[in-house]
Write a protein that binds this ligand. Structure first.
Ligand code: PLP
Length: 403
């Protein structure tokens, strides 16, 4: 991978913050956008903007065609059997809420939902809301010292009452890559529906939903170099077609009268109202961009980066890395003895180094780790070993200030 060429694709990476070159290591929160995505979106608004699925005029048909082609690209990216199984939503959070609101109507009092301790709040709270409404029981699979899923505990908590297993593919707070194929197999043995939260997986890994064998897979565009406000829920055709609508409105109906309304098939049934057209088209451009670089190249480069940064940070006295799974992406969550994560984040910022500090929307995991929060450096394929060096130097500066 030609890293200099890759970096020049991302205009923001050449700016300075606090008079220092920006070192952007907050990719777990959101990723930066390549010129190809920025240009696609501004070109759309300058020359192509129109509503979709409505007009008989050229612009509307062209916008519809581009929106539909973005769906095809996304289906290919995750190896979905059918493009109509790809629903455009606002992001991972909405994708999961769609499933809990719609699929959730078939769950009965006493049914169990199995989550894991390393879930983002987006994959906890919607299930809790559903559990309260329908009298469901939430079970939680634990993790090991290294921050890997405790697969034995996961298997032990599955039983004939488990109707849903919902878990993250990659932990946003620890970087752990979960054995989602094996977890799906175990859950399916008990007849449970499986939802995988792929928000932190799609920017880093090749994802194949057919190989995983899950029923739903959710992710956000903004975490994979696309615009914000759009994302994907992939679901198996049979399931989606049997689920009631999530929201009602224009575009999702077949026929409306005051007596009765009938609904269209998928994907339209789940895309009520005017969707984020430019967002979906921009996301399509992000998929093209990633394909141009190559998912395998991204994975192997990021692994090198993680090993380099992990080794350098491991040398810093008083620094604890939370999450040392064998299989992990470029996320390094850490604490420094006696220094609050927010202080770390604030001082690093004065060095131009952007990281996230806090609970990472994973409070149950933080409670388990017995920390109020961590500092988190999260890497993308446009980061460099020199940037890892800048991070280490800035951390040493923090320690000196608190010495
Ligand atoms: C693992 C995981 N799931 C879900 C989400 C929620 O994504 P969004 O805020 O884009 O809906 C995030 C965001 O950080 C995440 O990291």
């Amino acid at each position: 991978m030609n890293i200099a060429a890759v970096r020049s694709d991302f205009p923001i990476l050449s700016r300075e913050v606090s008079g220092k070159p920006l070192v952007y290591l907050d990719n777990g929160a959101t990723t930066q956008k390549p010129r190809a995505v920025i240009d696609k979106i501004s070109h759309f608004f300058e020359y192509e903007n129109s509503n979709i699925h409505r007009g008989v005029h050229y612009l509307s048909m062209d916008a519809t065609d581009q929106y539909d082609r973005a769906r095809v690209r996304l289906a290919k990216m995750i190896n979905a059997p059918e493009e109509r199984e790809v629903l455009f939503v606002r992001g991972t959070t909405e994708a999961i809420n769609l499933v809990t609101s719609s699929y959730g109507t078939r769950l009965q009092q006493g049914d169990e939902i199995l989550l894991t301790l390393m879930e983002h709040h987006a994959n906890i709270v919607p299930w809790q809301l559903l559990a309260e409404k329908r009298g469901l029981v939430i079970q939680v699979a634990g993790i090991t010292e290294k921050g890997e899923l405790d697969l034995d505990d996961f298997a032990a908590k599955l039983n004939s009452r488990t109707k849903v297993a919902a878990f993250t593919h990659v932990s946003n707070a620890l970087g752990t890559i979960n054995p989602v194929k094996e977890m799906t197999r175990l859950a399916k043995e008990q007849g449970a529906m499986v939802l995988v939260d792929g928000a932190q997986a799609v920017p880093h890994l090749c994802v194949d939903v057919q190989d995983i064998g899950c029923d739903f897979y959710a992710f956000s565009s903004h975490k994979m170099f696309g615009p914000d406000g759009v994302g994907v829920l992939w679901g198996k055709e049979k399931l989606l077609s049997s689920m009631p609508p999530y929201q009602g409105g224009g575009d999702m109906i077949e026929q409306v009268s005051f007596e009765k309304t009938t609904f269209r098939g998928i994907p339209e049934r789940f895309e009520a109202g005017t969707p984020n057209i430019s967002g979906a088209i921009g996301l399509g451009a992000a998929v093209d961009y990633l394909n141009g670089i190559g998912h395998a190249e991204i994975e192997s480069y990021e692994k090198e980066l993680l090993d380099y940064a992990g080794a350098a940070m491991g040398e810093i006295e008083g620094l604890t890395i939370h999450g040392t799974a064998e299989d992990k992406v470029g996320v390094i969550s850490f604490t420094l003895a006696g220094i609050h994560p927010h202080d770390i984040g604030t001082i690093l910022d004065t060095e131009g180094v952007a990281i996230r500090a806090g609970h990472h929307c994973a409070q149950p995991l933080m409670d388990h780790l017995k920390v109020s929060g961590t500092a988190r450096a999260s890497f993308a394929f446009y980061n460099t070993t020199q940037e890892a060096d800048s991070l280490v130097a800035a951390i040493c500066k923090v320690q000196k200030m608190f010495a």
